[in-house]
Design a binder for this molecule. Structure first.
Ligand SMILES: Nc1nc2c(c(=O)[nH]1)N[C@H]1C(S)=C(S)[C@@H](COP(=O)(O)O)O[C@H]1N2
Ligand SMILES: [Mo]
Length: 153
C-alpha cells in the first residue's frame, strides 16, 4: 500500500514567471512585478484538504486589461467568444472563458496567486491560479507559467 494520499502528486518544476499572451503578443511577468500590482485576497474552501485557504494575488481580469485585451464595446462580442488557456510547468492545463475572469461580468474572483495564508506557495510553485467559484480545486493550476487568450472562432 502506497504511503501517498489520494491526491498526492509528483513535484513539478517551480514556476517563476508568467507568460501572458494576448492577441499573439507575449509579456513575461516576474513574481516581483506581479507582487507590485494591486492585490486581491480570495478565501476558498479546499474540498480535498477540507480547510479554508486565503490566497493573495492579482486579478486575472486586471492583467488581461493591462496587457492588451480590449475592454470597449466594439470588442464585447469577441470577448464573449474568447477563452484563456492556463498552463502549469508540468503541462497540465485548463480553460476559463474570458467572461468568467472579468470582474465586471462575473461573480467570481480569478487571481494569479503569489501567496497563501501570508506565506509563499511552497511546492505549488511561485504562482498558482485560483478562482473563488469552483467547488473543487481542479482548475487551480499549480506552478502556473502561461496564460494565453484565444478566440473560439
Ligand atoms: N500544475 C498542475 N495543477 C493542478 C493539477 C496538475 O496535475 N498540475 N491537478 C489539478 C487537479 S485535477 C486537482 S484536483 C488539484 C489538486 O490539488 P492539490 O493536490 O493541491 O489538492 O490541482 C489541480 N491543479
Ligand atoms: Mo482533480
Amino acid at each position: 500500500m502506497s504511503a501517498m494520499t489520494e491526491h498526492a502528486h509528483p513535484p513539478a518544476p517551480q514556476s517563476t514567471t508568467l507568460t501572458l499572451t494576448v492577441d499573439g503578443k507575449a509579456t513575461v511577468l516576474t513574481v516581483a512585478e506581479l507582487s507590485a500590482m494591486p492585490q486581491k485576497a480570495v478565501t476558498v474552501h479546499n474540498e480535498h484538504t477540507k480547510i479554508d485557504e486565503t490566497y493573495s494575488g492579482v486579478l486575472l481580469g486586471d492583467l488581461l486589461e493591462k496587457y492588451g485585451l480590449p475592454a470597449d464595446q466594439a470588442h464585447h462580442r469577441t470577448a464573449l467568444r474568447s477563452y484563456i488557456v492556463a498552463e502549469g510547468t508540468d503541462k497540465y492545463w485548463v480553460v476559463y472563458s474570458v467572461a468568467e475572469v472579468e470582474a465586471s461580468a462575473h461573480n467570481a474572483d480569478v487571481i494569479v496567486a503569489t501567496s497563501m495564508d501570508g506565506k509563499p506557495l511552497g511546492a505549488d510553485g511561485q504562482l498558482k491560479l485560483i478562482d473563488s467559484a469552483d467547488k473543487k480545486p481542479h482548475r487551480w493550476v499549480r506552478n502556473l507559467t502561461a496564460i494565453t487568450v484565444k478566440s473560439a472562432d
